[in-house]
Ligand binder design. Structure first.
Ligand SMILES: NC(=O)c1ccc[n+]([C@@H]2O[C@H](COP(=O)([O-])OP(=O)(O)OC[C@H]3O[C@@H](n4cnc5c(N)ncnc54)[C@H](O)[C@@H]3O)[C@@H](O)[C@H]2O)c1
Ligand SMILES: [Zn+2]
Length: 363
């Protein structure tokens, strides 16, 4: 079992390892003995797989446990579901010293975190992510929230978890499709900041990629830990999303437009991969990246079954970027990888950005 310290205010730990689910109760008891009641928030797919294990552990550790199960799916990441969580906690008589345990993918950790951030103006949340995307991204960093009819993630709060507990065994029941989506963010971390992770992934790709690492416990633990450490490194540096945290948006500005163009039918990780592919091509054309280095990145994306292009036009990319909430003033912050394992923020005017994207598309 690995522990990664997150030095935000307040600070917390991410515990990663095979079998960690059985220790959720004892870990929470040790770190937060004042908590009496916990609400386990989970979805209809994850509940039959893991709810019993977590519930049993919490009961053995003498917590008063209640559960909230919602119908799985992004379409339920809304205020109605969160409101039902609030009502459930109110009915159970939760006080400021009680807590939420989110058990599931990113939809669950986002909503459980938001319910905890807002109930009685803020109670503790313990994040127990079960999807790869939630382990390497959503559950760490303190961003919580819900979707509005107008757009994704438009309402939310920063609320750091009191602990994150990640059991890599959960990845064994995650369909290949969802592993692949998570790999979009994993490859992103490798490209923007982690040459060692990049080498690990190249090696694993040559051994068969996703199908070869499912049962490789050591690899899963190492891969997840490195990703968590990378994200933690960035967010501790920049707790409120205005500086270095932007590098985590590599491939995202274009990716978000592709996601919207597909009416959200294409999953986020797939759109991010396409976005990274497009930015990689544009960077080569703009003389910011060697063709050989670009080829290596695109090959690795392909090796994990991820797409590296899309028929989005430069005009759509600019329009989308101008509407994107990540925009700063009149310029667009473009994250560019000039060498694998490093990244830079390059600010471009909408005109420059249009030319940059068009260059890559015509390359
Ligand atoms: N807060 C953040 O910083 C942040 C970052 C990235 C993504 N997100 C959010 O995360 C969400 C996407 O995450 P996601 O893909 O995990 O979504 P999700 O929670 O919907 O999970 C995807 C699917 O996998 C199922 N599942 C989860 N774990 C499983 C397991 N171990 N075995 C079998 N099935 C399992 C779920 O039931 C669901 O059907 C989006 O809403 C996105 O906005 C948030
Ligand atoms: Zn992302």
């Amino acid at each position: 079992m690995k522990g990664i310290f997150v030095g935000t205010k307040p600070s917390y730990k991410v515990i990663i390892g095979k079998g960690a689910l059985t220790q959720v109760g004892s870990l929470i008891k040790k770190s937060s003995p004042e908590v009496e009641k916990v609400l386990i928030v989970t979805d209809s797919n994850v509940a039959p797989l893991y709810l019993d294990t977590v519930k049993k552990g919490l009961e053995i550790s003498k917590f008063e446990v209640s559960e909230f199960i919602y119908e799985a799916g992004e379409q339920n990441k809304n205020i109605g579901t969160v409101s039902d969580m609030w009502e459930k906690m109110a009915e159970e008589g939760f006080t400021r010293t009680d807590a939420v345990v989110s058990l599931g993918g990113g939809v669950t950790t986002d909503m459980g975190g938001f319910a905890a951030a807002t109930f009685l103006r803020g109670i503790k949340v313990f994040q127990v992510p079960t999807s790869l995307l939630a382990m390497v991204d959503a559950a760490v960093g303190g961003k919580t929230g819900i979707d509005l009819r107008t757009g994704k993630n438009l309402a939310g709060a920063f609320h750091q978890p009191s602990m994150v507990i990640e059991d890599t065994d959960c990845l064994k029941t995650l369909p290949d499709e969802l592993i692949r989506e998570g790999m979009g963010e994993v490859l992103k971390h490798a490209f923007i900041m982690d040459p060692e992770l990049y080498e690990m992934l190249v090696k694993k790709a040559s051994e068969g990629g996703i199908s070869s690492f499912r049962d490789d416990d050591q690899f899963l633990e190492a891969m997840v830990s490195k990703n968590v450490a990378d994200k933690v490194d960035v967010i501790v540096d920049d707790e409120h999303d205005n500086g270095r945290r932007q590098t985590l948006n590599f491939g995202h500005t274009v990716g978000h437009v592709i996601e919207r163009n597909s009416d959200f039918k294409l999953p986020h990780g797939i759109c991010v991969a396409k976005g990274m592919g497009i930015i990689i091509d544009s960077s080569v054309k703009a003389g910011m990246l060697e063709a050989e280095e670009a080829g290596k990145m695109k090959d690795l994306l392909s090796a994990y079954g991820l797409p590296v292009s899309d028929d989005i036009t430069a005009e759509e990319a600019v329009d989308g970027a101008m509407n994107d909430k990540k925009k700063r003033g009149g310029t667009i912050s473009v994250i560019v990888v000039k060498k694998i394992g490093t990244s830079e923020i390059v600010r471009m005017t909408p005109e420059e950005y249009g030319e940059f994207i068009a260059g890559g598309k015509n390359g």
